[in-house]
Design a protein around this ligand. Structure first.
Ligand SMILES: Cc1cc2nc3c(=O)[nH]c(=O)nc-3n(C[C@H](O)[C@H](O)[C@H](O)COP(=O)(O)OP(=O)(O)OC[C@H]3O[C@@H](n4cnc5c(N)ncnc54)[C@H](O)[C@@H]3O)c2cc1C
Length: 408
C-alpha cells in the first residue's frame, strides 16, 4: 500500500475548471493539492488560445444563459455568480486586459492563453496550492484517491475533492474521458459522450482541394428550423467553423444543410444579374463580376449544384438554397467540446456527487452543451468556482455554499 497524504482539499484536473476550484479553495485558506495527469497544466486552454482564446461574450445574462439550451436553467444560477462581467474582472485581476470584438466575443488583448495561464499559475503558487503533475487519478480505495505517479502509486486522503477532468475530445491534451468508467462503476449517472462544436465530413471531388482552408463568408446557413448568418471553412475533411458548430446538434440528428451564398440579395435580382450577356467571359468570371462570388463559393456551387450551371435562373435558385450533402460528424477526438458526462440528477445544487458526499464535479465533464463563442470557458470557470466555493463552505461549516446544512 502506498503512503497516504492527508490534505483539506484535492482538486483533480488542471484545466480552467480545476484551476478555478483550486483558487477558490486556497482563497478560503485551505490546504490544496492539485493533481494533473499531463506534465503541464492547461493544455487545452493553451490550444484554445491558438484561435485567440474567446473567454466569454458580452451579452445580457438571460441571453448568455440561454445559449446552454437544455442546461440553461441548471447553469443560470451558477452563471449569475460568475458570468461575462465577472470573467472580464477576474482576467483583469490577473493582469490580462480584454477587448470585445464586433460580435460581442471577448478576447484577451494578446489573443492567446499563455500570459493568462502564467499569471494564474503564479497566483496559485502564491496561495500555496501544491501542484502535482504526471499524477493520473485512478479512482478511490475506500476514502482515498488513488494515483499513478512517476514514483509509483500514491494515495491522498482529502476532506473534500473536486473532479474537473474535462470532456473526451482532443485526448492528447489530457481529457480522454477515461474517468467515465470509474464514475459509472461508482453509480454516478452519466450521459454518453457526443461530439459538440464539431466539423462535418463531406466527400469532396478532387476539384475542391484548391479551396481547403478557405473561409466561406458572408453566408446564411439553415438546418431544420434554425437559420443563421455566420461563416465556415472548407477543410480537407469537410466543413467546420462557427456556422457549422452552431447547427451541429440539428445536423447530428440528420437535418439537411442548405446554404445561401448570396445573403442580402434576392433570388430575382441574382437571376437578373446572371442573365446579363457574358460574351466570351468564363462562367467563373461572370459569377465573380455580377455577384462578387469568391472562388470557394463558385467551387461549392459547381460541387453541389452542377445541373444548374447552364441557366441563370437555376444558378440563382441554387445560390439561395444550395444543398450541401454531409457525411456525418467528424469524430469525438476532433470536436472542440464534448456533450454528455455527469448528469444533473447525479449532483446536488453545489455540484456535489449524490453518491459520494464531499466530492464535487466541474467543467466540461458535466452534461451541458453550448456553442463556441466564449460560452464553454465561462461555464468551466463558473462551475469550477461554484464547486470550489461549495467545497470550501463544507470544510468550514459543514454547510453548502448556500449556507444550508449538508450531510457530512
Ligand atoms: C481547439 C480548441 C479551441 C477552443 N477554443 C475555445 C474558445 O476560444 N473559447 C471557449 O470558451 N472554449 C474553447 N475551447 C473549449 C475549452 O478549451 C474547454 O471547454 C475547456 O478547456 C474545458 O475545461 P475543463 O477544465 O473542464 O477541462 P480541460 O481543459 O480538458 O482540463 C481537464 C484536465 O484534466 C486532466 N485529467 C483528465 N483525466 C485525468 C486523470 N484521470 N487524472 C488527472 N488529471 C486528469 C487533463 O489532463 C486536463 O488537463 C476550445 C477547445 C479546443 C479543443
Amino acid at each position: 500500500m502506498p503512503a497516504t497524504d492527508e490534505i483539506d482539499a484535492l482538486v483533480v484536473g488542471g484545466g480552467p475548471a480545476g484551476l478555478m476550484a483550486a483558487e477558490m479553495l486556497a482563497e478560503a485558506g485551505r490546504g490544496v493539492i492539485l493533481a494533473e495527469a499531463r506534465p503541464t497544466l492547461g493544455r487545452k486552454l493553451l490550444m484554445a488560445g491558438k484561435s485567440g482564446l474567446n473567454l466569454t461574450r458580452a451579452e445580457p445574462r438571460p441571453a448568455f444563459a440561454a445559449a446552454y439550451t437544455e442546461g440553461a436553467d441548471w447553469l443560470a444560477p451558477i452563471l449569475a455568480g460568475f458570468g461575462p462581467p465577472e470573467v472580464v474582472a477576474w482576467a483583469a485581476g490577473l493582469g490580462i486586459d480584454t477587448f470585445t470584438g464586433s460580435s460581442g466575443r471577448v478576447f484577451p488583448g494578446a489573443m492567446k492563453a499563455s500570459p493568462l495561464l502564467r499569471a494564474w499559475n503564479r497566483r496559485l503558487e502564491k496561495q500555496g496550492v501544491a501542484i502535482r503533475t504526471r499524477w493520473r487519478w485512478r479512482g478511490w480505495n475506500g476514502g482515498s484517491a488513488r494515483f499513478d505517479t512517476p514514483e509509483g502509486e500514491a494515495a491522498i486522503d482529502a476532506r473534500v475533492t473536486v473532479l474537473a477532468l474535462g470532456g473526451a475530445s482532443w485526448p492528447r491534451l489530457g481529457s480522454d474521458g477515461a474517468w467515465a468508467a470509474t464514475l459509472a462503476a461508482d453509480g454516478v449517472p452519466l450521459a454518453p459522450f457526443r461530439p459538440s462544436n464539431v466539423g462535418f465530413a463531406v466527400c469532396w471531388s478532387p476539384a475542391m482541394s484548391r479551396h481547403f482552408g478557405a473561409p466561406v463568408k458572408p453566408v446564411r446557413l439553415t438546418a431544420g428550423d434554425r437559420s443563421l448568418a455566420a461563416e465556415f471553412v472548407v477543410s480537407s475533411a469537410g466543413v467546420e467553423g462557427g456556422g457549422i458548430y452552431a447547427l451541429a446538434d440539428l445536423l447530428r440528428d440528420g437535418a439537411p444543410l442548405t446554404l445561401d451564398l448570396v445573403p442580402g440579395r434576392a433570388e430575382a435580382d441574382a437571376a437578373a444579374r446572371l442573365a446579363r450577356p457574358r460574351g466570351r467571359v468564363s462562367l467563373a468570371n461572370h459569377l465573380r463580376r455580377t455577384l462578387g462570388l469568391s472562388p470557394v463559393k463558385i467551387a461549392l456551387l459547381r460541387e453541389a449544384a452542377p445541373e444548374s450551371l447552364g441557366d441563370p435562373a437555376a444558378i440563382a435558385r441554387a445560390l439561395k438554397a444550395l444543398p450541401l450533402r454531409l457525411a456525418g460528424p467528424r469524430p469525438l477526438s476532433e470536436a472542440i467540446s464534448t456533450a454528455g458526462g455527469v448528469t444533473r440528477d447525479g449532483l446536488d445544487a453545489d455540484l456535489m456527487l449524490v453518491v459520494r458526499p464531499g466530492t464535487y464535479c466541474a467543467g466540461e465533464m458535466l452534461d451541458w452543451d453550448a456553442p463556441t463563442g466564449g460560452y464553454l470557458l465561462t461555464a468551466c470557470l463558473a462551475t469550477g468556482r461554484h464547486a470550489g466555493r461549495a467545497a470550501g463552505a463544507r470544510l468550514a461549516t459543514g454547510t453548502g455554499a448556500d449556507g444550508r446544512p449538508r450531510s457530512p
